[in-house]
Design a protein around this ligand. Sequence first.
Ligand code: UFG
Length: 330
Amino acid sequence: MSGTVLVTGGAGYVGSHTAKALAQAGYQPVTVDNLGRGFAHAVRWGPLERGDILDRAFLDAAIRRWQPQAVLHFAAHSYVGESVTAPGLYYRNNVVGSLTLLEAMRDHAIANIVFSSTCATYGLPVRLPLSEDHPQAPINPYGASKLMVERLLADFGAAHGLRSVALRYFNAAGADPDGEIGENHDPETHLIPLAIGAALGTQPKLKIFGTDYATADGTCIRDYIHVTDLAAAHVAALRHLEAGGASVACNLGTGAGLSVRAILTEVERVAGRSVPAEEGPRRAGDPPELVADAARARQLLGWTPQCSDIASVISTAYQWAARQHNRSTP
Ligand code: UFG
């Protein structure tokens, strides 16, 4: 079954890659985005309804116009550090925005939603790898806001029959292998684009946040998952709901962790030059290691990462960054 799907945040990083995957799977993605942090040029596989999910009248009009059969909900702020200094922004946009969307779905009888959640809902790991039944005790407002939305999904499910898949991403990385879209955050805070930018000379020297962790090389370990694999998981989650599958939360990661130093080594290999870097203190709130147990997504959604080997992650991200750089350089 395919048809029209509302994609909130479809002009953003994961949202735009998923819109492409939806179009390739035969769906019509209709992007809802206020373009506050997304880009109109990333909306290439269907129409754009420019507006805010906090604006109920706007949502009603978009739903009436397009009659979507399901919603994929990406629209959110996603900077951990910013969420600590501006929690109101995060609770309003991420929680109140999601509540407004869910009420609109309820009133327009749209039953199925796939939600962008995060491993930040777990907080500090008490065991690794992290499976979905690990306690959820977020340590920052970003993670807390996403966990609150997971709770909204459950309550709307019980009361109104809403059916949901919450996808808990680990570290989203990489870019579209065709080079059509990629990662553009402003400001950029993520390791891989910053390391590539340092190699290209478009970003300052990379600061390694902490070299005294109890890991093999002293730097933090993360589970990097290619954005194209995340996109495929959303299509699989949508199909799961359309086939009558139960509401569920699934981790999306590879199950393998890589250190900051391992990432820098791979960036240097792909770029063919060194990454100017300096060692610095730990960044507040960084857990030493985050690695997913992604067995549930494999079993329930039939999803396995196809392009999340580190060479594919870094080379697609590098190609995207190099192209952006060449465009902006006369
Ligand atoms: N890092 C550096 N230097 C930098 C940037 C990052 O050493 O300039 C390190 C971080 O300390 C961390 C690793 O690189 O160990 C990855 O950092 P990112 O900022 O790229 O990603 P995070 O793991 O901090 O954040 C990701 C998602 C968040 C999510 C979080 C869950 O981007 O949305 O995982 O912990 F909330």
